[in-house]
Design a protein around this ligand. Sequence first.
Ligand code: SAM
Length: 277
Amino acid sequence: MLFPVLRGFQTAPSWRESSIWRGYGLARREWGNVILTKRRYYGTGLRKGAYLMANRERVRELARTAIDGGTPLAWFERCYQEAAGDTGFIPWVDLVPNPALIEWVESDTTAISSGTNIVVVGCGLGDNAEAIASRGAKVTAFDISPTAIDWCKTRFPRSRVRYAAADATDPPASWRGSFDLAVEIYTLQVLPPEIQERAQAGVASLLKVGGKLLSICRGREDNSEQPADYRRPLTRGELERYARFGLKVVSFDDFLDNETPPVRRFRALFRRETARS
Ligand SMILES: C[S@@+](CC[C@H](N)C(=O)[O-])C[C@H]1O[C@@H](n2cnc3c(N)ncnc32)[C@H](O)[C@@H]1O
């Protein structure tokens, strides 16, 4: 069961001592910094809440302005620029790897090994990429925001990850068909619906035949209304549009995470069946 493991994420030191953290010294040291950072910027109680709400509203405004101005992907770079090194400004930054990714990695020990060629899509500040690389895999991680990529390199100066600025809707031709595993977390869900499919085509094209895609996102019921927000939970049907680009579903988890209140998430594993994309 996924949920009990996720619950343990915030509380049980034994989980944080699990194998994925070994060799991930920077992130573990940063765990302390997260707390310091939050104290420094957020204060406590009401001040913390007001700080987070103001940041979220500013990020929404950046998204709205870019979308209304016809440049729907431009706000990510603006967001990282405006953060100016303050990780607390960016709503999705936790400074730890995604718990549903870690749970998947630990449940399938064959998924990642030395020699596995992995691409992390929309890598943000690099925590997921670093956690995967600590397993010995060869990792390329990209984000549309050059500022986010520079930030990753500053955070992890001795990283084995190859960081690059690139666009999932039009990835570099030299990357196509070259990865055993693609990991996409919370990126598809922040793209406007008209761009999502192009991004799915781009991500699918990165895989070798037989390669896999792990995708984690917010989930919503089929035919339910799309919330007017930069975060757009996907329906199962939207996520499974990868089938149009030669990918077949291997497994699909629909679960509630450990946030308060809990958030519905999908975690899907796909396999590329055909060379066509
Ligand atoms: C919600 S954040 C998630 C970041 C990271 N995956 C995580 O789970 O913390 C989405 C990320 O995708 C990046 N992004 C958005 N559109 C992209 C695109 N077309 N190609 C590559 N990255 C993109 C954004 O800059 C941002 O860092």
